[in-house]
Design a protein around this ligand. Sequence first.
Ligand code: NAI
Length: 386
Amino acid sequence: MTMKKLKWGMIGGGEGSQIGPAHRLGAGLDGVFEFSAGALDHRPDYGIDYGQRLGLGDRAYGGWEEMLEAEKKRDDRVDLVTVATPNATHFEITKAFLENGFHVLCEKPMTMTIEEGEDIVEIAKKTGNICAVNYGYTGYSLVRHMRAMIARGDIGKVRLVNAEFAHGHHADATDADNPRVRWRYDPAQAGVSAQFADCGIHALHMASFVTGQEVEKLSADTVSCIDVRTLEDDAMVNFRMDGGAVGRLWTSSIAIGRQHGLGIQVFGETGGLRWSQEHPNQLYYMPLGERLQVIERGEANLSPEADRTSRVTIGHAEGMPLAFANIYADLAEAISARKESRIMDSAANLYPRAEDGLRSMAAVFAVAQSGKEDGKWMDARPPMFR
Ligand code: NAI
């Protein structure tokens, strides 16, 4: 990877936010992106103060519009902008930065509607700017290896994918009215889906990422296990993929005892693979008729995609900020290759795209509708990809 410095900015991710620190760690890890600008908080004074404490100087802005106006006039403008604000603001901010010549990494869900998602895909195409979406868990080395193994036929034709993202952090009915929890299940603020749009889309995207197949149709059983909620806190989604794979997905926020709870299993005609985000350094592989094997991150003779994304030697724990760092490393390579008019490293060309963000949005609406219609099968593809 080139080590020429790139400039990076962030919107949202202010002090005390959930995901801001992981972005700063991920972007900073390789020393390629220099944190140069930010509009970090919805409260201008807090954003400026925090940005200055993080060393942004006069490039700590009070709002994203101000940041856009100031940055677009600079010769040393930021090369990449991360949008890590609440969901309803993603579309407007991402659109504005793309249209003004910036590359963007947008948090998921990329938009609130399918139409907005289609707009972003079209704007990215028209402007030629990169719009990536932070399905950051695809940055794990062994997830990349799983994808490479499936692509080269190690488990044969994929028959079945089983994906999960089930945690228990909203399981307390006595806390369900707490405003910090309640908004997530309120359609006026969260849109058509709660748990599936928040977590389920990570698992669904991962199913596509590792199999190389896209979701065509789905049927969902959505429920609010806690009565005061309008939107679902649990969903079971059956789906079918365009390469013939059958998909099962469970997502929940009331699964007491589960922590992060993201995992994926893929079963093919000649083998099976299993990986879980809480134990990211092991991939379980069972070739048909042989013994179960444990593939360790960092071991010899893995795929180039796995080698590129393994950061410390075998046996040392590697986790989520390093997975995010791999998304940033992909983007650094993509942006540098453009600046230097060269072909990018193909092993880095794996960051999730606006098209993936759009596919998720179509799936979110299909799940919500199917849930309302007793599990009726729905076309899960965005209209522009049908
Ligand atoms: P949060 O509520 O903890 O933090 C949001 C931050 O954005 C706060 O600092 C707030 O002041 C700031 N903010 C809000 N509106 C703003 C505006 N208009 N301009 C500038 N700053 C603004 O939220 P959290 O949990 O960090 O989530 C942010 C986004 O990241 C969400 O879209 C969420 O879905 C996504 N996320 C993604 C994860 C992943 O694994 N990819 C994990 C967690 C969250």
